[in-house]
Each structure stands twice: as C-alpha cells, then as structure tokens.
Ligand binder design. Structure first.
Ligand SMILES: [Zn+2]
Length: 448
C-alpha cells in the first residue's frame, strides 16, 4: 500500500462534502469590481483553511483583505498556493442557463460564477490539506496559502501585502491559481503571465451634447477619439507608440524549443471561433510566437453619444474608450504610460485624457526549473502527459512572487469552462482528479 492511499481514499469518499463546500463559497457573490462580499468571503475562506488544520491570518489592506495560512511540519521543502476568492461580475445575466450564484450540477459539470476562476481550485487545495489532516498522514512538505480578493481587478492592493510579508512568500515551489485541460483534453501547465496596462482615454470637447446640425462648426469628441485611436495601431497590427517595443524581451532558445512541441490546434480553434484565418494570416511558429510573446493594444469598450434604438441626431460632447495592453517580459507599465502620453501629445491629441487604472509587469518561471518537472511527474500519475506552456497570454500578479517562489499554474478547469463568461463551469471528475494530482505534487516534492 502506498503511504498516500488513505489520503486518496479520503478525497474520493468525501468528494460530495467537498463540492458542497465549493457551492457554499460560490453562493457569495464576491464581485471585486463592485466591492461585493469581500470581507464575508475572506472570513469563510479563513474558516475553511482552519478546519483543514492550517493556522490562518487575515491581513487588512486598503482594499480587500488577504488571507494567509500556514502548516509548518518542519519539512525541508515548502509548497505554496496562490488563489483568489473574488470573481468577475456575472453580467450579462440573461445568458446564464442557471442562477450564477446558485451553483448547479448538470451532466457532470458544476455551473456557477467562480467555480472555475478560481473558487474551485481554492477549495480543491484546501480539501487536499484537509485529507492529510483528517487521515493523520504525514505531510512531506510545509504548506502556505496566499488567497487574495482583488485578482479580477488587477490586484491593486496586493503589493501592500507582499511588501510587508516578503518572508512569508518564500517557498520552494508554488501552484498558481488556474489551469486545466486544453481543447484536446490534455492537461496544461502555465509557467508565466503577461503583464497588463489598462487605461481609459477620454475626450470632452463641449460642455453639453448639442443638435448634430452644428457638426459643421463644432468639434466632435467622438471623431477626436477615433483619430487618436487610429494613431495607436496600424492595419498590420503594429503598435505605433514610439519606443513601445524597446524593452520587450524575445523568447529564449529553451522557450522556443518548448513552444515548438505545442500543437495549437489551429484548425479546431478557428472552427470554434468561426474565423477563416488568424490575424495577418498567422500560422505555425509565427502564430505561436505571437500568441506567447506579442504585446497587445486592444479596445475593450468604446462609448460616445446615443446608442439606443433608432436614430437620434446628436453631436456628443464626450467620448471614451477602455484599452488594455498586454505586456511581455521586461516591459514596464509606467514606462508605457509615459510613452502613450508622449505619443498622443506629439500627434496633437493633448485633449485626450488618460486615466491609468491598473498595470503590472510580466513574469515567468524558467522552463527547466526542477519544480516544473515535479509537477509534470505528479500530473503523469493521474492524467498522463502535461503540456508545458511557457507563459499564458493572460495576466496576473505573478511578478510579486517571482523572486520568492517558482510558480506553476495548474487547475481543475478545461477549454469549455467559460471563465469571465456566462455559464462558467468545471468538470467534477477533473475537480476530483486535480486534488489527486496535488497529493502527488506533495509526494514528488517531499523526495526532492
Ligand atoms: Zn479571472
């Protein structure tokens, strides 16, 4: 009998209880963007961690509290988990097939806002430790948790916590918040995250909306904004801000080798999205390099004037746009902010106001780090091969942990999890197996 058989058995025998815990957590609408339910959820997460045998602490910040937990068994190695208890807003509500904050099981999937991103992973990791505690099985590693409450709004107050608690962040390996099965069902591990720089650009040219007949003599805020936007990027998708690409680090030889092995399932993905080709006709290695290492300048939302039914002849006084830039390693959001201002001024758009709402740099764990191999071995014991992704095209505050702990992102999601979208869900069988995988991460790490 393997030393961890009792732990695996406990996980299987109590899976219903574990899912009930997850449902309980998902019933609280912890929408960070609306400042909803944050304290209450932090309390519940802390209680769940305590019940699993960890010593917890709730750290106040100027925003949502950060929950930490520790179980020091005096082992040589320490494993850390980074999770977040906040979720995205559930809107648009009419596109949900069941209540977003009343989790429901259908065809082996659990539906609800946050089940995949990232309350499911959070509870699975707490349940993992509970399995060790309740079966009185020796843990071969020390355990630490950092669970924040503002990941979905760019973790604006997490630096307050990390600055004060640098010592707590030290660990030999860490499991980041998300991951799961790719489009072909193969499990994926993400080793990095792009940075982000999110801004709102606003133009106000009149002190009120007026009749559109005056467009022959009065300035248009909407056109000013559209012209300013057109100056940011050309039709070849090249970002035209002076010096934008200066610090962008290219992929290393090892990283290029790693992405060479990846099948992006180009055709499958195209069919799923209903497109004939990717941007600029990209395919093969060029498509992969762009996906993993191209910075972006993307319009998230554009607003001006009348957008209701029918026509309304109006010259709107104001126009605004929300833009997110994804940044690759070595690009700095403050630097890009400065360059964006300079660009707009040089092109005569001094009337375009920039509001900088969130930003942080990219970070990565090296492909050849021993902890990556540990996670791959553990995955092999449950799911089979692990696909190593050098970085996610998405963003997260990994840079705050980078110096202290090598992080690998794996989780219980899958390509149909619809994170940030209606009908967010997870496959319950993957949820159970992802807890098993973590048992083996502990096992492999204990023998490192
Ligand atoms: Zn998210």
């Amino acid at each position: 009998m393997h030393v961890y058989d009792a732990v695996i058995e406990f996980i299987d025998d109590t899976i219903e209880r574990s899912i009930d815990s997850l449902k309980e957590l998902c019933r609280i609408p912890t929408v960070a963007a609306k400042g909803q339910g944050l304290e209450e959820t932090a309390e519940l997460v802390s209680k769940m961690l305590q019940e699993a045998g960890l010593k917890t602490q709730i750290h106040e910040t100027s925003g949502a509290p950060v929950v930490t937990a520790i179980l020091d068994v005096g082992a040589k190695r320490t494993l850390m988990f980074y999770d977040h208890y906040d979720v995205q807003p559930a809107e648009p509500l009419d596109l949900w097939d069941s209540e977003p904050f009343e989790p429901e099981i259908r065809d082996g999937r659990l539906y609800g806002r946050g089940v995949a991103d990232n309350k499911g992973d959070t509870v699975s990791r707490i349940w993992l430790i509970k399995a060790f505690t309740e079966t009185k099985t020796d843990l071969l590693v020390n355990i630490k948790f950092v669970v924040e409450g503002e990941e979905e709004i760019g973790s604006p107050h997490l630096p307050e916590f990390t600055k004060k608690n640098a010592e707590f962040l030290k660990a030999d390996g860490g499991i980041w918040e998300f991951g799961g099965a790719g489009i072909d069902g193969v499990q994926e591990a993400w080793l990095g995250l792009k940075g982000v720089f999110f801004v709102e650009l606003e133009v106000e040219r009149l002190n009120k909306d007026v009749h559109s007949s005056t467009a022959c003599i009065l300035p248009s805020a909407a056109y000013r904004l559209v012209w300013a936007l057109a100056s940011l990027k050309d039709e070849n998708n090249k970002i035209l801000i002076d010096g934008f690409y200066d610090d962008a680090k290219t992929l290393s030889v090892v990283e290029l080798e790693a992405i060479e092995k990846i099948d992006m399932h180009e055709t499958m993905w195209r069919t799923e999205l209903g497109i004939d080709e990717y941007l600029m006709g990209l395919s093969g290695d060029a498509l992969k390099e762009a996906y993993y290492n191209a910075p972006t300048c993307n319009i998230c939302g554009l607003t001006s004037g009348y957008q209701g039914k029918g026509s309304m002849t109006v010259l709107p006084a104001k126009a605004s746009v929300k833009i997110d830039f994804r940044l690759v390693e070595d690009m700095n959001p403050n630097d890009i902010h400065r360059k964006l201002r300079l660009h707009l001024d040089r092109h005569g758009f001094t009337d375009v106001k920039i509001t900088y709402s969130e930003g942080y740099p990219a970070a990565k764990t090296p492909v050849d780090h021993p902890f990556v191999k540990i996670v791959a071995k553990a995955n092999q014991r449950v799911f089979g091969n692990l696909r190593i992704q050098v970085t996610s095209p998405g963003s997260g505050p990994l840079y705050l942990f980078k110096e202290h702990v090598p992080m690998v992102s794996i989780g219980c999601g899958d390509s149909k999890s619809s994170v940030h979208s209606p009908n967010e869900s997870i496959i319950l069988e993957n949820y159970r197996k992802s807890i098993h995988r973590l048992v083996y991460v502990i096992d492999e790490m204990g023998h490192w």
